[in-house]
Ligand binder design. Structure first.
Ligand SMILES: [Zn+2]
Length: 206
C-alpha cells in the first residue's frame, strides 16, 4: 500500500498540495491497523518511499522518484537479514535500466538540459518529428556521475525520466541521430502531463 500526495492541476487547482505530515500520519495509521509494506509516493523524502521487511524492518525496495532498487532480498524474495518471506515479485528487475560505463561520460551531438526543481522532478522526453524512430539517447546526470544510455525502439516515441537522487540537479539529454526531441515537465511523478497549458520547455540546444 502506498499513499500519494494530491497536487493541484488541470481544473482542480483551488485545493492545495497534501502536506507531508498528513501523508506520514496516514502511513502510521495504516501500520497501526496491521498493514505491512506501507510507503509514501511522490514525496522525495529519504526512507519514506521504501518498502521494509515486515519482521525486522530492513529495507527491501529502495525508491527515489521513479527509480526502484531491490535490496536485502534473496532469489526467493526472502529478507536477507532475517529470512522473512515477502510477496515481492522479481519482474521489477526487468524494468531496471542499463547504466553505461564511466568512460562514456561524453555528451552526444545534439542535446538539451532539464533542471529539476521542487515542482518538476520528472519529465517526458519525446520525439517531436515522426514517431517511433529507433534511437539511443544518453542521459547524463548533473551533480552525480551517473550516465545512462536509453534505447527507443518498437514504435516507442517517448520515455519518462525522473530525478534519481537528492544530489542530482538536472540532466543533459543528448543524441547523435537526426531525430528531434523535446521535453515536457511533469508535476510530481504523474505519468502524463496533466495540464492542457503545458508546453515543451528548455528546447534550446545548449
Ligand atoms: Zn527482515
Amino acid at each position: 500500500m502506498h499513499f500519494v500526495g494530491f497536487h493541484p492541476a488541470y481544473k482542480y487547482t483551488d485545493v492545495g498540495r497534501t502536506d507531508l505530515a498528513t501523508l506520514e500520519n496516514a502511513r502510521v495509521i495504516a501500520q497501526q491497523k496491521g498493514m505491512s509494506y506501507v510507503y509514501l509516493g511522490n514525496t522525495y523524502e529519504a526512507n519514506l518511499n521504501d518498502t521494509n521487511c515486515s519482521k525486522c524492518g530492513a529495507t527491501l525496495v529502495e525508491r527515489y522518484g521513479l527509480q526502484a532498487n531491490i535490496v536485502n532480498l534473496d532469489d526467493h524474495s526472502n529478507c536477507t537479514e532475517c529470512n522473512q518471506p515477502s510477496p515481492i515479485q522479481f519482474p521489477l528487475l526487468a524494468s531496471q535500466q542499463q547504466e553505461s560505463t564511466q568512460s562514456e561520460n561524453v555528451d552526444l551531438k545534439h542535446k538539451f538540459e532539464i533542471q529539476w526543481n521542487e515542482e518538476c522532478q520528472s519529465a517526458h522526453v519525446l520525439q517531436s518529428v515522426g514517431t517511433g524512430f529507433k534511437d539511443t539517447l544518453r542521459i547524463r546526470s548533473l551533480g552525480t556521475n551517473r550516465v545512462m544510455d536509453k534505447s527507443l525502439a518498437n514504435g516507442l516515441d517517448r520515455f519518462i525520466i525522473s530525478r534519481q537522487s537528492i544530489d542530482e540537479m538536472g540532466v543533459i539529454v543528448s543524441w547523435d541521430s537526426s531525430a528531434q526531441y523535446e521535453n515536457i515537465a511533469l508535476l510530481d511523478r504523474a505519468h502524463f502531463p496533466t495540464s492542457p497549458e503545458e508546453q515543451p520547455i528548455s528546447l534550446a540546444a545548449l
